[in-house]
Design a protein around this ligand. Structure first.
Ligand SMILES: Nc1ncnc2c1ncn2[C@@H]1O[C@H](COP(=O)(O)OP(=O)(O)OP(=O)(O)O)[C@@H](O)[C@H]1O
Ligand SMILES: [Mg+2]
Length: 392
């Protein structure tokens, strides 16, 4: 799929901008702070209803404006879909699909799929476990939008259960005696059910990503140590993570039982997917705390490229994945966005990355220095300056 036209009104630094886009590679270049990332951020927003840079929508609306509009014409298998999103910070956002406003914003999910790599992704490797959990969960929902519901269920149950644990902890401290905990058993069951579903999905995803991340990293950094993804459950080392949903449900139920005393003391749910970690190893060492800056960068990029490969393989349905799509040509798959990636890579890594992604149906790249964009990614070029986007 690709975006054939992007149109912004009062989005970030743009009062209005119209950007016609072709399949293949498009590079946006121009000095710092001119609005390159803002453009690709808008494309990412059409796909995910969120920004890779900020949690809320308020910073996306141009200073002084009341609302922003992001419009994208998406072409998939020669079918066109016009997605329009109106961002109203503090109020509900609105969506239109093919000019029909009888839709909710989340109906837009799945119409456009993007994989975006940006400097912020360094946090995937160096940041807190929450960053890696979010990476997994976002990829899950990108692959199967229905899993957004599973995540929501889990979050809701977790919130309720935490509230109950908190008041139980307060009651214990205050009156010196417990409160009725029979409802906690019910919440344990809900949590274990929803948690087992989410956990099973994450484990499948990690297994699917494992060889793709290893391959992507190897291609970027052939002499580097191998990458290993290790899903570490908050249930503890000894608990097997195999056997499917029912086994995971039983394991979570048992783990919640074992943790109850401690949970009542702390007033917090200590077991479940919200406390799990995706360990990233490079060779014999964890990447976090050990890997060099360049290695962390390559690792983060490998995670995104692996996501891209996986989504592309989904689309073609073949177990061989992207190699099955044949060499060259515009091979479909999600839109790949590389924000400011080349400046950080040495010449050889740049070339390797360029060769690897050059056959994507649409690849959008940004760079402050045009010379940083490798020869293999020769495509359309836009210069971005003072909020003007001009084809060069
Ligand atoms: N809500 C907003 N309203 C007005 N201007 C904004 C808003 N949000 C961001 N900007 C401005 O947009 C400008 C361009 O940001 P952007 O991140 O797209 O730059 P860039 O071209 O990617 O730069 P770099 O090469 O440094 O990455 C910034 O100067 C910023 O101040
Ligand atoms: Mg930028």
């Amino acid at each position: 799929m690709h975006v054939a036209h992007l149109s912004l009104a009062d989005f970030r630094c743009y009062a209005r901008v119209e950007v016609p886009l072709d399949p293949g590679v498009t590079a946006f270049t121009g000095p710092n702070g001119q609005g390159k990332t803002n453009l690709v951020e808008a494309v990412g927003y059409l796909a995910t209803l969120g920004s890779h840079r900020v949690a809320g929508d308020a910073p996306l609306v141009r200073l002084g404006a009341e609302r922003a509009v992001v419009r994208g014409l998406v072409v998939r298998d020669e079918r066109q879909t016009l997605i329009e999103l109106e961002l109203n910070p503090g109020r509900a956002n609105r969506a239109r699909i093919n000019r029909s406003d009888n839709v909710r914003p989340r109906d837009v999910l799945g119409l456009l799929r993007t994989v975006l790599f940006a400097p912020e992704d360094l946090a995937l490797v160096k940041g807190d476990p929450g960053e890696r959990r979010r990476f997994l969960d976002e990829l899950l929902t990108l692959r199967a939008p229905r899993l957004a519901g599973v995540r929501q269920d889990y979050e809701r149950v977790l919130k309720q259960r935490n509230a109950l644990l908190k008041s139980a902890a307060q009651a214990r401290r205050g009156a010196g005696r417990g409160m009725d905990l029979s409802t906690l058993d019910v919440w344990d069951d809900h949590l274990a059910r929803a948690g087992a579903e989410l956990l099973a999905q994450r484990l499948d995803l990690v297994a699917a990503l494992q060889p793709l991340v290893a391959r992507a990293y190897e291609e970027l950094a052939p002499s580097g140590g191998g990458t290993v993804l290790e899903y570490r459950s908050s249930m503890g080392e000894g608990v097997p993570l195999s056997g499917g949903r029912e086994a995971l449900y039983a394991a979570l139920t048992a783990a919640l039982g074992a943790a109850r005393k401690q949970e009542l003391e702390r007033g917090l749910t200590l077991v479940g997917p919200h406390r799990d970690e995706l360990g990233l190893r490079l060779g014999d060492l964890p990447a976090k705390g050990y890997a060099s800056h360049g290695e962390c960068w390559s690792y983060a990029l490998a995670l995104r490229l692996a996501s891209y490969d996986l989504l592309r393989a989904d689309e073609f349905g073949g177990p061989e994945g992207p190699s099955n799509t044949g060499g060259g040509g515009l091979a479909g798959g999600p839109v790949l966005i590389l924000d400011d990636v080349f400046a950080e890579l040495d010449a050889r890594r740049r070339e390797r990355l360029a060769e690897r992604v050059a056959t994507g149906e649409q690849v959008l790249v940004t760079a402050a220095v045009p010379e940083d964009v490798p020869e293999a990614l020769r495509g359309a070029r836009y210069s971005v300056q003072d909020g003007e986007v001009t084809r060069v």
